[in-house]
Design a protein around this ligand. Structure first.
Ligand code: G
Ligand code: G
Ligand code: NA
Ligand code: MN
Length: 263
């Protein structure tokens, strides 16, 4: 309860920030952790509490979801991500999109589509430059998920399914969703190309990539940590990669200098 009170004051106290983790073109990346061109960045909330220090996102996001604060926090992250993207574009950086994670409490709110529309209008960001990452289990469990995704798609934003492979969505349902990208869950990536690797994980990744190709979807493998995993993903023809091998989540300023250094 104490932590929840601190969390609720984190925004006005300036304790919350947004970090960004890049996604790269897999085929143009080198096994020696030389990343290829950056395709887009994912916004990730960070909380540095004056009283508790740095609180891991797994902790405060869960608390925000339980307490309902996720709506306020999510709106703030969305706004900040759109503003930062506008600033990078003004600085001449070439970046396809910024992705923002959306939780079930947000997606179920009747005014979520309106919030996205208003945030785009207020910041001037073109809709295709925003991607919303929605986990597979959220899509399967949220009330009215399909109708909301259709409204978001009509707005022109990009949609991706996060943590794909963990949520048992049926192929028939997947075909109905107005999405552009599948993000392969990092638990499968962790299981490939190493001592004691699970043959099953590689088979799952191959199946997901094949499925994505036949549905005309883009693929991103998350949690890529080793050159061997990258090589395996390249061999399976995965389109994009994201992970600590290439880049950890960094501040908006650090991201800008990273991108300027590489272009
Ligand atoms: O950022 P990682 O560093 O540890 O994040 C942990 C978890 O918190 C991940 O599941 C990530 O998707 C989630 N997360 C981080 N930032 C946000 C956010 O702004 N909104 C939502 N809904 N989840 C977030
Ligand atoms: O749930 P979501 O897929 O949004 O999770 C994003 C989380 O994954 C963030 O916490 C981020 O810090 C973490 N992450 C990003 N790259 C890697 C990686 O290479 N390895 C691991 N273990 N975690 C990663
Ligand atoms: Na995500
Ligand atoms: Mn994920």
């Amino acid at each position: 309860a104490h932590m929840e009170r601190l969390l609720r004051r984190s925004l006005e106290g300036g304790e919350m920030s947004v970090h960004y983790q890049s996604k790269f073109l897999a085929q143009a990346s080198d096994c020696l952790d030389e990343a290829g061109p950056c395709c887009g960045v994912e916004a990730l909330a960070r909380w540095h509490s004056s009283e508790l220090g740095a609180v891991p996102p797994g902790r405060f996001i869960a608390l925000a979801e339980e307490s309902g604060f996720i709506n306020e926090l999510g709106a703030w992250v969305l706004r900040r991500a759109c503003e930062d993207m506008m600033a990078w574009r003004a600085a001449g950086l070439v970046l396809d999109h910024v992705s923002v994670n959306v939780s079930v409490r947000q997606l179920e709110r009747g005014d979520f589509v309106e919030l996205v529309r208003e945030t785009l209008a207020a910041t001037g960001l073109p809709p295709p430059a925003l991607e919303l990452e929605i986990t597979e289990s959220v899509i399967m469990n949220a009330d009215n998920a399909l109708a909301t995704l259709n409204d978001l798609h009509a707005l022109g934003v990009q949609l991706s399914i996060d943590d794909f492979g963990t949520g048992y969505s049926s192929l028939a349902y997947l075909r109905l969703l107005p999405i552009q990208t599948l993000k392969i869950d990092r638990s499968f990536v962790a299981g490939i190309a190493q001592a004691g690797a699970e043959a099953g994980d590689s088979a799952i990744i191959e199946a997901v990539i094949g499925l994505a190709r036949s549905l005309g979807l883009n693929t991103v493998a998350e949690g890529v940590e080793t050159p061997e995993q990258l090589a395996a993903l390249q061999a399976l023809d995965c389109a994009q990669v994201q992970g600590f091998l290439f880049s950890r989540p960094v501040s908006a300023e650090q991201l800008q200098s990273q991108l300027q250094g590489h272009s």
